[in-house]
Design a binder for this molecule. Structure first.
Ligand code: PMP
Length: 413
């Protein structure tokens, strides 16, 4: 169908989390609460610049750095640090891993989707039900010929992982070279991750069926407060599927890891991330990298400097790095403590139902179980903003507003 006039194009709604933030900002009510956007807030619900990042900024400023173009693949020093953070120093030095700097985690997901659509040509991409809404949009825009299929993930009856359903779907429907997107930790929006035993079983299925994994890692450090522990699944997949000892009959064509440094460095607006490609040990990733470089050249020519410099300055300095580890722990612990606070407040005031899941879930979000009608009522009646699927971003809670939020939830149940 050809377009007669640009005026015929319909106005599309904003993605929900951005629309919610805009509505929240416009709301004059003084007790309003923003539980919509996935960004960390301090105990006063204010943006928090990590002290380690602030220190790195000052160092950079004093160093009077220049503003030259980066290479197309990005800042190699940053990439070494980012790769080590994700894989640990030993795996990170393997020859079958190559990395490119990206426009945050979203850019990494987008580049992965473009590459898969053009070079791997899978029939299907398997996406968790539910997922971060942008996965659907990214794959629709970047890989329109790849069919999006959902695999079961959240089981509302247990408020836990539907592990059997997930594996059964992959076993019955996935074909060689199909893509499966996995959230490396702190699953968005459910806050539910597979156990280590379950991850091993997923890796076994992925290897046997030769599926292409796209790991999305947006919350390293947020799940447990420990960046190494949160990268466990990625490292395990590498060890099981991509080392000398991996069986060639169960080695997939490759694996992508999309790494966001937005949340764990609080560098949301700086748009810093990386895409890592892993190929079987007998093959070189360099040809694939050249094609990725070409895609980057066409899209952004080369990535931006500031975020890469900050992450490198923090991770390359032993003292700053350990300060950063403390900063990540502060964020993870605050989120854990508001989980406990909200659960105990809901129980204290007799809000109907079982609220244990709020404390059990992991990372920045709670999948509360509230219906979209209840979420709408929370917003219209109580000026509390959260996603219509019941996802609550816990960082918008603090000691001062948790009682208000709990009373409002009791009211809409
Ligand atoms: N993946 C997931 C699962 C996310 O939740 C997010 C952030 N909301 C991202 C990727 C991308 O984050 P960013 O582009 O800000 O790094």
């Amino acid at each position: 169908m050809t377009l007669k006039s640009l005026g015929d194009l319909p106005v599309l709604p904003l993605p929900e989390s951005f629309a919610l933030t805009a509505a929240y900002n416009d709301d004059p009510f003084h007790e309003k609460v923003n539980l919509g956007q996935g960004v960390y807030r301090d105990n006063n619900c204010q943006p928090w610049v990590l002290p380690s990042v602030r220190e790195a900024e000052e160092t950079l400023y004093n160093r009077q750095v220049d503003h030259e173009y980066l290479p197309i693949a990005g800042d190699s020093k940053f990439l070494t640090n980012a790769r080590e953070l994700l894989f640990g120093p030993q795996i990170a030095s393997s020859k079958n891993i190559t990395s490119l700097q990206t426009v945050a985690g979203t850019g990494a997901n987008h580049l992965a989707a473009i590459f898969c659509a053009q070079k791997l040509c899978p029939k299907n991409v398997f996406i968790s039900d539910p997922t971060w809404d942008n996965h659907h949009l990214i794959w629709r825009e970047a890989a329109p010929n790849v069919m999006q299929l959902l695999y079961p993930y959240y089981d509302p009856s247990t408020r836990g992982l539907n592990f059997e359903g997930m594996l059964a779907k992959l076993e019955s429907s996935a074909e060689e070279n199909d893509v499966v997107i996995l959230h490396a930790c702190a699953h968005n929006p459910t806050g539910i991750d597979p156990t280590r035993e379950q991850w091993k079983k997923i890796a076994e299925v992925v290897g046997r069926k030769k599926l292409f994994v796209v790991f999305d890692c947006a919350y390293q450090g947020f799940a447990s407060g420990d960046a190494d522990a949160d990268a466990w699944a990625i490292r395990e997949f590498y060890s099981m599927l991509f080392t000398e000892s991996s069986s060639p009959s169960s080695t997939p064509a490759g694996m992508f890891v999309c790494q966001s440094l937005s949340k764990n460095f609080g560098l949301y607006g700086e748009r810093i991330g990386a895409l890592h490609l892993i190929t079987p040990t007998s093959t070189s990733p360099e040809g694939a990298k050249a094609h990725l470089v070409q895609a980057v050249r066409a899209e952004i020519s080369c990535p931006s400097l500031f975020g890469a410099r900050i992450v490198h300055a923090v991770l390359d300095d032993a003292e700053l790095r350990s300060k950063w580890q403390e900063d990540v722990q502060i964020m993870a612990l605050r989120i854990k403590s508001v989980r406990a606070l909200l659960k105990s407040e809901l129980e204290r005031i007799g809000a109907q139902g079982d609220w244990c899941h709020i404390e059990k879930q992991i990372g920045m979000f709670s999948f509360t179980g509230l219906s979209s009608a209840q979420v709408q009522e929370l917003r219209e009646k109580h000026h509390i903003y959260m996603l219509s699927n019941g996802r609550m971003s816990l960082s918008g809670l603090n000691e001062s507003n948790v009682a208000y939020v709990a009373r409002a939830i009791r009211d809409v149940l």
